[in-house]
Ligand binder design. Structure first.
Ligand code: SF4
Length: 275
């Protein structure tokens, strides 16, 4: 049976997630799958800086090193609306694991694009393509030969993700994408990080539930923005200034059908400090 078929069959079946008891087995079988997938192609791994992506990166690195190859390249999308601490973590982790890193950027930054297109919304997520997909696509386009993309996507993360396939063809990247830790549980990821002593993104210790490369308001809660204001006031101020410069008076956030202005969050925080 072709490897594509094998993976697709597994993806369609009922989800049998891993359990912590057999992490070692899970690790070995995942590495075997990565090895099978990358045999005839150069592997690239999307590395956002989150916990899942560092586990996938470490596993891929081990597979490549075991087969005496040295062609793994990590790709990080600098969305231009991420915290510099995240990018520093991405750089230092790739250094530590001796994985070559390519940082790709959009031609126009989030600030300029928002002024032209308005802030991204759930039903108008222009940013995913402009800030991530397109810069990655352009980079891959320049690389010749057979390629395969790996990443840290897990089915458990959302209902939408459970509907995804573990292995698929990416039209825009013009190559296959494989999610090696698709069936892993969060507990497996945490245990793996601990067992292998992998460095954790400092953003987690600041209270953020997710360490991401994007701070647009589509997927983040108001509470996360309050945390951002307390931890990174200068970065927050840049977003407040952007909000103020929008010609249509748009709010950075839009929650439960209402505009939520970052400048109001800032004022509320000041009131709390004074009371
Ligand atoms: S998190 Fe936001 S900025 Fe980033 S790609 Fe998704 S919708 Fe766009």
């Amino acid at each position: 049976m072709a490897k594509t078929e094998k993976v697709q069959q597994r993806s369609r079946g009922s989800y049998v997630f891993s359990s912590l008891g057999n992490l070692e087995e899970l690790e070995l079988s995942t590495m075997k799958e990565i090895g099978d997938m990358i045999t005839d192609a150069q592997p690239f791994i999307l590395f956002s800086g989150g916990r899942d992506s560092v586990v996938a990166l470490d596993l891929a690195k081990k597979v490549v090193a075991n087969s005496e190859r040295n062609d793994l390249i990590a790709i990080h999308a600098d969305t231009t609306i991420g915290l510099s601490e995240n990018l520093s973590y991405v750089r230092s982790t790739c250094n530590l694991l001796s994985v070559k890193l390519e940082v790709v950027k959009p031609d126009l930054d989030f600030f300029e694009l928002s002024k032209r297109k308005g802030f991204p919304r759930h039903n108008a997520r222009w940013c995913c393509y402009q800030l991530k997909v397109d810069p990655i696509r352009k980079y891959l386009h320049k690389v010749g030969g057979e390629k395969i993309i790996l990443d840290g996507i897990r089915a458990e993360e959302s209902r939408q993700r459970t509907k995804m396939s573990q292995y698929s063809w990416h039209k825009r990247f013009a190559c296959c994408v494989f999610h090696p830790i698709f069936y892993w549980r969060r507990t497996d990821v945490l245990e793996y990080l601990k067992r292998h002593n992998l460095p954790e993104n400092p953003l987690y210790s600041k209270g953020f539930k997710r360490a991401t490369e994007c701070w647009c308001g589509v997927f983040k809660s108001v509470e996360e923005f309050r945390l951002l204001l307390r931890g990174y006031p200068e970065f927050f101020e840049k977003l407040v200034n952007l909000e103020a410069s929008m010609r249509n008076g748009g709010s950075f956030l839009f929650k439960q059908g209402k505009k939520v202005y970052l400048r109001d969050l800032k004022e509320e925080e000041k009131t709390l400090e004074c009371s």
